[in-house]
Design a protein around this ligand. Structure first.
Ligand code: SF4
Length: 413
């Protein structure tokens, strides 16, 4: 099989993995004439290279889509009837360098199905990163998917070459994991995440800042991330969010990625027939941001009895509507923590408010300049020239005002 065909298969097989992003990578510089690539221009982007030729920022591929395991939700599972392919280590190295030189990519996201054994597969993945770094002085971004059952020495080696490591937690509940991915060991996943956290902490403490930059042990400077599949089991949003909160707290993950389950060919009957609505994935990302940047605790975000986020409105607005007694807030006096809870106020807008109000009072006419979503915010705030009518904040109409308008379905004639 030629490399182009392998690329078509193995880039397509990798597209289900959402857990890649280059945010948080350390700045690298190849201006000394040694090495190629720099992650500096690629901060915060996460893309992959599709076989249709679209230029994207990370070459996102599997080393192989053959796999010994039979995770029911995975298109690459052992019992799946898909064409299989396998790159050699040298083929991945050559592709990465070639695409980089052509300016198609800024780095590599490499994952793999498990062949022979966890150790053998991890050795192959590490060999790609080692060759790129040591033989070709590649200084672009590298994200390696880690196999939790692999030997600790291999995971340590992976961290020496990679910017980011990730281990997929897959589904939020242990019972679902046993049912959907029986060969996977939740304890091994958690144990490896814990080890990564320790190594990341050690590396951070051991690195000294000198006038020539950071020196000392290097271990995945962009940290670790994970992915959770949404909608393959009956886990509620409340369970998903509290699992994420636990992962952030226990393992200091940089990111939890949420990937809406997509039905696969010849799927098991244990799986739902339909994908969850994409808006659910979006709401979970919004909830995740509330925990990471807006000071919300995981148990404040979902209140519905069914444990699900509203699909009609964002979780911050839904929280504000449930907690109307905390509003309206005086924008010129409220604390940063309280301002972060106002619908329509982003974290940067709150910083702008605090800087502006030191100099002058904020009025309605200033909201647009401060990048505040005026219609969303006005019912919840007080300004020198604005106070929402009590009946508006207390009335049942306020929630209806923010919901999408109902539309009659067309009949196609
Ligand atoms: S281990 Fe499971 S999720 Fe990973 S490639 Fe194999 S079947 Fe898919």
């Amino acid at each position: 099989m030629d490399v182009q065909r392998k690329l078509a298969i193995l880039a397509d097989a990798a597209k289900y993995d959402a857990s890649c992003a280059s945010s948080g990578s350390e700045k690298k510089d190849s201006r000394d004439g040694k090495g190629i690539g720099s992650t500096d221009a690629g901060m915060g982007i996460c893309h992959s290279y599709a076989p249709d030729g679209r230029c994207i920022s990370l070459l996102k591929i599997l080393l192989t889509n053959a796999c010994n395991y039979d995770c029911l939700y995975c298109v690459n599972r052992a019992s799946s009837n898909v064409p299989r392919a396998r790159f050699t280590v040298d083929e991945v190295v050559t592709l990465t360098l070639d695409f980089y030189r052509r300016n198609y990519i800024e780095g590599l996201f490499l994952s793999s199905g498990i062949i022979k054994s966890a150790d053998y597969t991890m050795e192959q993945v590490v060999a790609v990163a080692r060759k790129l770094r040591e033989e070709h002085h590649f200084k672009g971004y590298i994200h390696l998917k880690t196999i939790p059952e692999a030997d600790e020495a291999l995971i340590t080696a992976a961290g020496q070459y990679a910017d980011r490591l990730s281990i997929n937690i897959e589904v939020p509940e242990e019972a679902s994991m046993a049912r959907l991915a029986p060969e996977k060991d939740v304890r091994a996943i958690r144990r490896t995440m814990g080890r990564l956290r320790l190594k990341l902490d050690e590396a951070r403490e051991g690195r000294k800042v000198t006038p020539r930059g950071n020196v000392g042990p290097r271990f995945a400077p962009a940290g670790q991330s994970t992915q959770m599949i949404i909608g393959a089991d009956a886990a509620t949003d409340r369970t998903i969010i509290s699992t994420s909160a636990n992962l952030y707290g226990s393992y200091k993950l940089k990111r939890v990625y949420y990937s809406a389950f997509s039905p696969i060919p010849d799927a098991s009957r244990a799986l739902p027939l339909r994908a969850p609505p994409l808006i659910r994935e979006h709401r979970l990302y919004q909830a995740d941001w509330l925990m990471r940047f807006y000071g919300f605790a995981s148990d404040e975000i979902v209140s519905a009895e069914d444990g699900m986020l509203s699909l009609d409105m964002d979780p911050k607005l839904a929280w504000a509507l449930r907690n109307r007694e905390r509003f309206p807030l005086d924008v010129n006096r409220a604390s940063r923590e309280d301002l972060l809870r106002v619908p329509g106020f982003g974290a940067k807008a709150v910083d702008r408010i605090i800087a502006t109000r030191r100099i002058s009072s904020i009025r309605v006419g200033d909201l647009a300049r401060l990048h505040i979503i005026r219609n969303k915010a006005l019912p919840f705030i007080v300004l020198p020239d604005h106070r929402p009518a009590t009946h508006l904040l207390d009335g049942a109409h306020l929630a209806a005002r923010f919901k999408p308008k109902a539309m009659q379905l067309g009949f196609g004639f």
